[in-house]
Ligand binder design. Sequence first.
Ligand code: ZN
Length: 181
Amino acid sequence: MAREFEFKCHECGEIHSGSPSLSYAFPTYVFGVPEEERPERVKHSSDLCRILGPNGVDGDDTIYCVRVTLNVPIHGADDPFCWGVWVTQSKESFDRYLETFSEDQSELQSFGWLAVTMPGYNTTEPGEPYEHLACDVNWGPPGKRPKIELHESEHQLFLDQRDGISWDRAIELATLAIHSG
Ligand SMILES: [Zn+2]
């Protein structure tokens, strides 16, 4: 029987309940832009982010990202572990996403690369983006963030999304999510 995910936290002693979630305000690429240049080169909202090249002009070196949801099932729990992450998009996909943003996008899909680093999954050097993790982005109905499905790989994050994670692993990740930063 599935039940609500909850656990007694060893960090704060409280009971945390409900679907655990952790989200990122920015794709990792933003942090590659010198801080003083960010006001000019980073154009973002809560759903969209464009990172302009060093010349500050939208062009071939612009990186386009959209905010999406990556769900990882938790064995025995009603709701998944919910990561609010960013993925890169081609200019074409990004423009189309914008143009159809207020419409039903359920039939629409695009390709993306995961553009965040996640605690508990850092197999690269700290701060490196997961450029090697490809995914399909399912855009979905209006007002809902798109959901992603990772492409098959050896990476633990792909395996976790496909197979789900144990209750204990979810506790470990949720504790990191709640109490880091
Ligand atoms: Zn806690």
